[in-house]
Every structure is written in C-alpha cells, then in structure tokens.
Ligand binder design. Structure first.
Ligand code: FES
Ligand code: FE
Length: 451
C-alpha cells in the first residue's frame, strides 16, 4: 500500500469538516497548499492538454501546461501524439516559443541543440570538438510517460505509476461519453482556445462546473431578465427537471432535463439527424435527448458545459459544447482556457452560429462568464484574509446534505453515481473536495452524506 502524505497544517482536521459539509477557507489561498497541489494533484492526475482536431497534421503542435510546467503537445512524423517538456536537455532553455504551429523539429535558441518533433536529439553544434563522447540517444526531450487520445480528447499523466485513463474515469465514463460520442465524427474544436486571467483560485471554476446550480438565478439574474436563455434551462427548475450526480468515481455532473420532451441540448434538426446512439447505450442516448444542459468536471481541472443558448432573444437557441481548463497560476490566480465545439457533421454555417453563441455567453466577454468572474475573486480574497486565518473560517457546502435535504437519492436511476433529482444541492462540489483531500493526503475518505 502506498504511504499517506503529510497533511498540511492548514487542513488538519479537514475530514471532520468534510463530514459536516464545511471547507477550510485556506484551501483557496494558502501558498503551501498550492505548492502541494502542483505535486500531489497536477503531477499525479490525468490532465487535459488539447483536442486532436487542434493538431490534425503531422508536425502540428500547441503549447500547454500541466500544473505550471510547460509542455509541447505535438503530432510527430509518424502521427504519434507526444507531450514533450518544453525545456532543452542541454541547460533548460525553452525550445518552443510560440503557442501553435507546425514544425519538423525544434532548434534550441540558446546553443542550438536540435530535436526531431518526436523529441529525439539529432544535432549538437561543435559536437566533434566539444562533445565527442556525447550519446545523442540519452538526451531526447523529456516526455509525459502517459498520453491518451480518448474520443479526440488528449490527456497526459506525469506519474509513471498512474492507473489507465479508463480506470481514472471509472463509472463517470457513462456521463462523460455522452458529451463526445453523440455523432459518428465526434466533436470538433471551432477556432482557437480563448484564455484569460482571473484573480481567483483554480478550484473556483472546477467546483462550479460540478453542479453549483443554485448560483444561476442570482449571479446570472441579468442574463435571465434579458431573455437570452429560456427560464426552463436556467431559472427555477420544475420538479424532477434537475439531476445532480455525485460520488461518481470522484467526479460529478449536473443535468437539466425535460422528461417526455426532446430538447437535445437545443441542437436543431439539421444537427440532430446526425446524432445516434453509436457507442452509447439507449439509456445514455435517451438522457442526451431529454437534456437541456449537462455540465461536469473531471477531476482536477477539466470541465465541460453542453448547452443551448442564444446571443439575442430574437434568435433561436443553438447547441454547443464548451470545454474548460482551470489553469493554476498561483494560489490566487488562474487562467481560464475555453474551447467551443460542435458535432463534426454540422454544416459550416451552423458551426459559425454555435461559435458565435458560445463566444457571446461563455468567453472573456460572454454574458454568463462576466457574471461568474465578478464573483469568484471575492471568494479567493476572503479566503486570504488574516481574519479567516486567525479564526479558522469555514465555508458552507451543506446544501442538499442528509437532513438538510427534502430529496433522497433516486433508487431506480439508470446510470451510475449517487443521483438526486433536484438542483438544490452542493453534492457535486462536496465530491470534488473529497477527491481533492484524498489526492492531497493519499488516503481514502469514507463519507456518506446522502442517506
Ligand atoms: Fe538548449 Fe543550450 S540550453 S542548447
Ligand atoms: Fe455561472
């Protein structure tokens, strides 16, 4: 059995907090916690680095991060996907200095060591005079030991001992696959990712997409009032329309559905005729059909939102999928990465519409996004107050817990996980923070808050 890690002082006793649905404010601001997250979470978990449609051709590359470490995601000459540490083996200079492009290889700007796009070192200036005995094969670029292409999504894991991606996904696969396998061609990334800095801890975004449904009516009130989204999708839910799935192999998802109807994420007929069960079973496909929206987080920092919105009350809603990476940039800052996707079979005209709607809602200038990023920095700020430290302030994550809730988990639900048919809960967020604690301490925590 693996050894448990030392528990940082600021989260000692956190298991008792978790049992009560409380969270130490320090986890959103503490520098020591943050440094441990980089080592115990980002260097150990499966982290999203990009989509295959961003690098369709041999030599195509993009630069990405795992934790704060810089990597180049590249398709090499053999078509193999590589996640190379962006650091020269000579003395560490960054070998790639642009965000995207196509290259047969990289020549280091410092002393000129030259690498193939597979990472092999193939040339060293003045080798005969100065490096006669250097064995080039020993000096390839470092690479992530595990890289997987899962339905077009490329994840990497820096931990040699890591479990497979499928095992990491676990039961969550049932919900995860619905987002990416609805059409035969899969989902296609539209345009380049948008990135922007927010003065909030990365966990703010990650926990939000686990199912913080109850903020919508408050934080996004003005968008609802403007009529940009139908209230069925965002306002007060009717009985039985909300689903919160938590404790699903450490991951969580929230779904808004309309039983008996087929809103199909607001995809129009010209798109839905390309959607079929394929690798999904009929229950998964039927859930997609009934869904107005689905949003979730694959621990730690990869989120998705599958939704239909519009950029104007006069125009029909258009379905799209947004992918998020909550990129850590210090305890009090993150960089949000955002991709918009649509089914590959959709027309170019529809893809343009989906992209426009995606940008108008969830992007740096998006109607929804601007609301969220106005609120999140406040949490990080109060977490970092001296007052919070001296008084050991705890935040409240109790919504929908045990006695607090009038809803009991569904006994006859077709999918995995613990499922409540209400949006009035923070169970998904509790799942996220339980997984976080387990990863930070390398222990298993038994908490059952839903009997
Ligand atoms: Fe790259 Fe010297 S650091 S060649
Ligand atoms: Fe929001």
């Amino acid at each position: 059995a693996e050894e448990a890690f030392a528990v940082p002082a600021s989260i000692e006793g956190m298991v008792d907090d978790l049992r009560q649905g409380l969270l130490p404010a320090a986890i959103f601001h503490d520098r020591e916690i943050y440094e441990l997250e980089l080592r115990r979470i980002f260097a150990k978990c499966w982290v999203y680095v990009g989509h295959e449609t961003e690098i369709p051709n041999r030599g195509d590359f993009v630069t990405r991060n795992i934790g704060e470490d810089p990597f180049v995601l590249i398709r090499d000459e053999e078509g193999e996907l590589r996640v190379l540490l962006n650091a020269c083996r000579h003395r560490g200079a960054q070998i790639c200095r642009v965000q995207a492009g196509n290259a047969k290889g990289f020549v280091c700007p410092f002393h000129g060591w030259a690498y193939r796009n597979s990472g092999e070192l193939i040339g060293v200036p003045a080798r005969n005079q100065g490096y006669a005995a250097l064995n080039l094969e020993d000096w390839s670029l470092f690479a992530a030991p595990h890289v997987v292409n899962y339905m077009g999504l490329i994840f990497a894991n820096l931990d040699r001992e890591a479990v497979s991606f499928e095992e990491y996904l676990g039961d969550y696969k049932w919900y995860f696959d619905i987002q990416f396998a609805l059409s035969e061609g899969g989902m296609e990334v539209l345009g380049e990712p948008h990135r922007w800095l927010v003065a909030a801890n990365w966990k703010q975004g990650a926990e939000n997409f686990c199912g913080d449904s109850s903020h919508t009516q408050m934080t996004h009130r003005s968008v609802l009032d403007a009529g940009i989204i139908e209230t069925a999708a965002a306002g007060a839910p009717k009985e039985g329309t909300g689903l919160h799935i938590h404790d699903c192999s450490g991951h969580a998802i929230s779904i808004r559905q309309l039983p008996g109807e087929a809103p199909f994420i607001s995809y129009p007929e010209e798109v839905t005729r390309h959607l079929h069960p394929g690798v999904l079973n009929q229950d998964q496909f039927d859930l997609a059909k009934r869904s107005l929206l689905q949003n979730g987080t694959l621990f730690p920092n990869f989120s998705f939102l599958h939704i239909g919105l519009s950029d104007s009350p006069q125009k029909p809603q258009a379905g799209f999928l947004t992918l998020r990476v909550w990129q850590p940039k210090g305890p009090g800052q993150m960089e949000i990465w955002n991709w918009v996707l649509a089914p590959k079979e959709a027309s170019l005209e529809y893809k343009q519409r989906a992209y426009q709607v995606g940008m108008s809602s969830f992007s740096p200038s998006g109607s929804f996004e601007q609301d969220d990023v106005a609120v999140w920095p406040g949490v990080t700020r109060s977490a970092g107050t001296v007052f919070a430290e001296l008084n050991k302030v705890r935040f409240n994550y109790q919504m929908g817990m045990g006695d607090m809730s009038s809803s009991k988990p569904l006994a006859d639900w077709v999918g995995p996980g613990v499922v409540n048919s209400t949006n009035a809960g923070e169970g998904g967020l509790r799942t996220f923070h339980k997984t976080w604690y387990e990863r930070m301490t390398n222990t298993k925590v038994e908490i059952c808050d839903h009997d």
